[in-house]
Design a protein around this ligand. Structure first.
Ligand code: FSA
Length: 432
């Protein structure tokens, strides 16, 4: 049976109010779709979204120039009046320390190649990191020795105030007539099918029993997607990375104002402190932590986020302390607070998956953020809308793929994937 044609008044159900979900709702609503519902278990910014964070990196360098173009398009949007209140062009300092594996240096060089002669970058956008003294002249807050760090500063980049940007997108959606349902009625518990054989999706049933029917259902559930759609599990691995903060005093926060996003590939990254709270956020770089559990008592193991994301692995706390010692020794020894792990939806090739679910009419996924999707908030919904209108995903890279190869050796990451159940936790141990 052919799929019902889509018109502007067709009902579209978007499950998940994170980056892909809200961006899709926004672009569809801006295009004149009048019957859009977005569901989430929690109000925006949803704690189930990887985007619910004080800040996220916005940069265009990628090993694959395809993503450079998309990110440049996003940066253009971040500079428009709609998004600009949530974007800070502080610049992006990308480096490796002497302990970095060769693959990190190669990845950095390859990423730099995607931007260094790109006409979109203003003159003088880049400078090499030659010595800590040089760097300190520009950024006095970077008081550390950063011994042997190699890399460059990209001035045409910065960060987004992530949670605020999500709230802004949600508000705009509601103003455009999008229905946002949160709480138990927005918690999608089960997919609904017309035929009982799973071939025509008609919407979802929520945790409280509420039925949401739609001509098209778009799953934007990030790391949680395989819980609702087990068929996607072979190509998605929920992986997590550690986040921790230092609470600065107003004077300390002022001393850090204008600090670029500093990302040392083999250690971690930090941002200028949050403008409202003075929280200085750090994240540890690594290959990510999984949480494999047995599905339905069967032998199949699937990585899914645990029920709590509080606390971080001790080894990451040490990496963050090392990063602070190397770059911001003035804050060494300070207590790390608000420690949590951020769950992403990882694919083996770091490609997103934006496609119809094969063999199921009316069901679309926008998934596989692979830990690099937040910056795309202003534009990602365009790609979802395109696939929806065309009735298929034409770009092979974003197609639904059957089981993928091992996703543990990602070129732009360092270290080895571990399961969170196998590492010591600092702070509260995640409940699994
Ligand atoms: O797109 C970006 O520059 C963000 S990458 C931040 C990060 O923590 C990665 O370092 C990590 O490997 C994972 O992909 C989650 O996101």
């Amino acid at each position: 049976m052919a799929q019902q044609p889509l018109s502007k008044d067709s009902s579209v159900l978007i499950v998940g109010a994170g980056v892909f979900g809200l961006s899709s709702a926004l672009h569809l609503a801006l295009d004149g779709f009048t019957n859009i519902t977005v569901l989430d278990r929690a109000p925006v910014p949803s704690p189930y979204s990887a985007g619910n964070d004080i800040n996220k990196i916005v940069r265009a360098e990628y090993e694959d120039p395809f993503y450079t173009e998309l990110a440049l398009d996003a940066i253009k949007q971040w500079q428009t009046p709609f998004w600009a209140p949530h974007y800070l062009a502080t610049g992006y300092l990308l480096a490796t320390s002497p302990n970095a594996p060769q693959k990190s240096r190669m990845s950095l060089q390859k990423s730099f190649s995607s931007i260094k002669d790109h006409p979109a970058f203003p003159r003088g956008a880049f400078s090499a990191i030659e010595s800590a003294d040089d760097t300190r002249k520009q950024f006095p807050m970077l008081q550390g020795e950063m011994n042997g760090w190699e890399g460059y500063l990209n001035r045409y980049a910065g960060y987004a105030r992530a949670a605020k940007a999500l709230e802004h997108a949600a508000k705009a959606c509601v103003e455009l007539g999008v229905k946002l349902v949160t709480g138990e009625s927005g918690y999608a518990a089960e997919l609904l099918f017309e035929d009982g054989e799973g071939r025509i999706c008609t919407g979802v049933k929520a945790a409280d029993g509420m039925i949401h029917t739609a001509a098209r259902t778009i799953l934007c559930l990030g790391a949680h997607i395989s819980t609702l759609l087990p068929a996607i599990a072979p190509q998605i691995t929920a992986k997590s990375w550690s986040v921790a903060h230092i609470q600065l005093t107003p004077t300390e926060a002022a001393s850090m104002k204008g600090c670029p996003v500093v990302n040392c590939r083999d250690l971690g990254f930090f941002f200028e402190p949050d403008l409202d709270t003075g929280m200085l956020k750090f994240s540890a770089n690594g290959a990510g932590y999984t949480n494999y559990v047995s599905r339905d008592g069967s032998g199949t193991q699937v990585s899914v986020p645990p029920t709590s994301n509080e606390g971080i692995p001790e080894e990451d706390e040490n990496v963050i302390k090392k990063l602070i010692g190397e770059a911001l020794p003035q804050f060494s020894g300070r207590e790390l607070v608000k420690k949590f792990i951020c769950w992403c939806s990882d694919t083996a090739d770091s490609e997103y998956i934006i496609d119809f679910v094969p063999g199921v009419e009316g069901l679309v996924v926008a998934a596989g953020d692979s830990g690099h999707a937040f910056k795309m908030l202003p534009v990602a919904g365009q790609w979802v809308k395109r696939a929806l209108l065309e009735g298929e995903q034409k770009a092979s890279r974003w197609k639904w793929k059957e089981a993928q190869a091992d996703s543990d050796d990602i070129s732009w990451r360092v270290g080895q994937v571990k399961d969170i159940k196998d590492v010591e936790f600092s702070g509260l141990r995640s409940r699994i």
